[in-house]
Design a protein around this ligand. Structure first.
Ligand SMILES: [Zn+2]
Length: 184
């Protein structure tokens, strides 16, 4: 079951890039700027939200559930399996159990992370020691918040987190949401 992630039920900021042209394809992929996650990971999101709040920070979400149709759009734009899961194998986003996000300060201003979302270059890899100290600190803060809440980091994208055993969840198309995300 997919749950909509939005204020006021969730104390997060939404910056859903695939509903805008500000993404690696240069065009909107989603018809609607709405964010959904599998019900099983919602408690982990709430925990991360609380851990961030304890640090005076907020979660800023770029993407959650991504229908299989949208994964095809990304794959056509960048068919590189290091950064984009082959839609035939499936993205954990299409299972509803992966989340792309960053941290923001208490006023909602995003912390510097060294690259933009979906940078998809070696600069977006986690655990680099050659980035500015503030960037390394911010990435470590995000990783700490997410690990503390039970999420797993992905080494090649500082913004991507998912749960253990993600591949046991089924891939879902937009029909799981009645077609609302992709329909123009
Ligand atoms: Zn992701």
């Amino acid at each position: 079951m997919l749950i909509e992630i939005a204020p006021p039920r969730f104390d997060v900021d939404l910056d859903l890039r695939y509903a805008t042209a500000d993404n690696l394809t240069g065009a909107p992929i989603y018809a609607r700027a709405r964010c959904f996650l599998h019900a099983d990971v919602v408690p982990l999101l709430v925990r991360a939200e609380a851990l961030a709040r304890g640090l005076g920070l907020r979660l800023r979400l770029f993407d959650g559930f991504r229908p299989v149709e949208a994964q095809w759009s990304l794959w056509r734009a960048l068919p590189d399996p290091l950064y984009i899961a082959d839609p035939r194998r499936g993205s954990n986003h299409s299972r509803g159990v992966a989340l792309d996000l960053t941290l923001a300060d208490s006023l909602g201003r995003p912390l510097a992370m060294g690259t933009v979302f979906d940078d998809m270059t070696p600069l977006s890899h986690h655990w680099r020691t050659d980035l500015p100290l503030t960037v390394q600190t911010h990435r470590a803060l995000l990783a700490g918040v997410m690990a503390g809440a039970g999420w797993q980091a992905y080494p090649y994208e500082w913004w991507h987190y998912q749960i253990a055993g993600a591949d046991t969840y089924p891939l879902l198309t937009d029909s799981a949401l009645g077609g609302i995300m992709m329909a123009k």
